[in-house]
Design a protein around this ligand. Sequence first.
Ligand code: NAD
Length: 475
Amino acid sequence: MATIKKKALVIGAGTGGYPCAIRLAQLGVDTMIVEKAEPGGVCLNWGCIPSKALISATKLFHKAQHSESMGVSFKGAAVDMKQMQAWKSGIVKKLTGGVKGLIKGNGATYVKATASFVGPKSVRLKYADGKPDDIVEAEHIVIATGSLPIEIPGFKIDQKRIVDSTGALELDSVPKRMLCIGGGIIGLELGQTFQRVGTKLVVLEGLGRILNGVDEECAKVVAKQIKKDGGEIHTGARATGWEERDGAIVVKADVGGETKEFETDIVLVAVGRWPITAGLNIEKSGVKLGERGFIPVDNRKQTNVPGIYAVGDVVGQPMLAHKASHEGEVVAEVIAGKKTVDDARCIPNIVFTEPEIASVGMTAEEAKAAGHEVSIGKMPFAVSGRAMAIDETNGFVKVITDAKDARVLGIHIVGPEASDLISEGALAIEMGAFAEDISLTVHPHPTLGEALMEAAKHSIGEAVHLMNPRKKSAH
Ligand code: NAD
């Protein structure tokens, strides 16, 4: 057993840990990053990237099935799930290899091992190949261990018939029927992925609506699309167990107090995620866990133990890769002695459904609850020339401003390329922009981005491609 001394040790090379290690090395800090699985974590290997690859491929197929009105037909278009999986895996391999290269290229040490605390400044590294353990003594330790899918009683994950997101992303054939437990982000993104290539989709959501927390009007557009494509959504529905009957899976659920049965071929369990601290021997570090096992941190991402930091999913919601990366970079600067704090005004939230939903800032309900009198500007894609030209007119851009001074409080987009359009909204909120800052910025024509400009104009009664709300009479 050797003792290795480092200035900083990062545990976990996901989207929180690897940017942290890269920034630390760039800032001249002697850094080691330890990862037990693959570089890139859930996002690159089993989450954001593979799901977006499958989503884009199945969207292409779906569009090909619905392009006859454009004068284009793809007779004989077919899906080869094995090839789609191979293509997806190629992307993952390229990206994870790139991450490893960047860590090493910037001068940090990458180690494949399982880390566990032996004290507040020391960590044991256990190697899978049986090599003797090492101890790393580090002045600063960053916990970036991420999260795991929550399992529910009665639905033990076997990654064949009862799958979580990891299993769903590995399916190499299109199931005839899929039942998603949980109408949240993962359930709908992956449910629609397979629905687009012919799977009959059923969603069971325990709450009264899908995509809880997302602007309700945006969520309704996605619900309508799922139904239009032949799917079912049952709200107030809690799955209680399943049995096999004639080769099929029969899921039992309590739907509004009534027991109902749903026949399916595969069950996707997507009911949220837990923080990963098990196996870390966290008690040896002195770090206290908070509610539901998340690690409480301050605005410099430091835990209750000086010199120990935590970033990403393990510190709590929102469990998003870009939030984790931002936090990782903040911590790197803190460790390097800079006076950095995490003062992000907003974290954009994207749901890669059909159509996509993207949001920043407050919903109208949240803004009202925070004491604002709100003004809402809305531009439907149905009147956008560009949206018509790409034959994707479903959805809208909604800009929420403070009625008193037109300060932008929130932007919610449901529609084509919402995921790319929202960055302008994030900049607006980060800069404390007013509706005029967006409406007076000349947007290129013909683009989907004009919808954001028009919605901003609409919020202050200056839209030219839409009727504005009638001004209250002065008399
Ligand atoms: P989620 O919290 O988005 O949705 C889970 C849903 O399951 C909730 O609506 C909940 O009410 C429901 N539910 C819980 N128990 C249930 C039960 N027994 N029966 C029926 N419904 C039940 O969680 P998720 O979809 O698993 O995603 C996990 C995390 O991953 C999220 O925090 C999300 O931020 C992140 N994620 C983000 C993206 C993205 O940014 N595009 C994509 C995938 C995942």
